[in-house]
Design a protein around this ligand. Structure first.
Ligand SMILES: *[C@@H]1O[C@H](CO)[C@@H](O)[C@H](O)[C@H]1NC(C)=O
Length: 121
């Protein structure tokens, strides 16, 4: 019985990883900058591009070392500069082909790259 449960958990984890990278696509746009580039506003559009066309209910979004936001909106903060999708997405899901736009003001004038993990369907 225990072995069976463990196997189910493992297959779910591998499945998520296999599709994780392709399921959310980012498009970043610099909106404006001021204060000699010490404040830069970005808009990021996340599109559900899941190869299996499932709805996404949550994911972790993690910025790289260039990510030092002064403020961020339309994502929910967890600890350690890790974010997850807002509660209405947790509840209703982000349908295949739909998008979520979030924004932030960064204090470093470099492109931030985001890593997505733990996508939940
Ligand atoms: C995001 O969704 C809106 C509303 O459905 C749509 O108008 C817009 O074109 C979408 N943008 C992208 C990049 O998919």
């Amino acid at each position: 019985m225990f072995k069976k449960i463990l196997f189910l958990i493992l297959s779910f984890a591998i499945f998520s990883f296999a599709f994780g990278d392709n399921s959310l696509t980012f498009t970043q746009t610099k909106v404006k900058e001021w204060d000699n580039g010490n404040h830069v506003q970005w808009e990021v559009v996340l599109v559900n591009t899941d190869p299996s066309k499932r709805s996404i209910t949550d994911a972790f979004i993690i910025g790289n070392e260039n990510f030092k936001p002064e403020s961020i909106w339309s994502l929910e903060t967890t600890q350690d500069n890790k974010y997850h999708l807002p509660s209405y997405i947790n509840r209703y899901g982000l349908k295949f082909g739909s998008n979520l736009t979030f924004g932030f003001i960064n204090t470093i004038n470099s492109q931030v790259t985001f890593t997505v993990s733990d996508i939940k369907f």
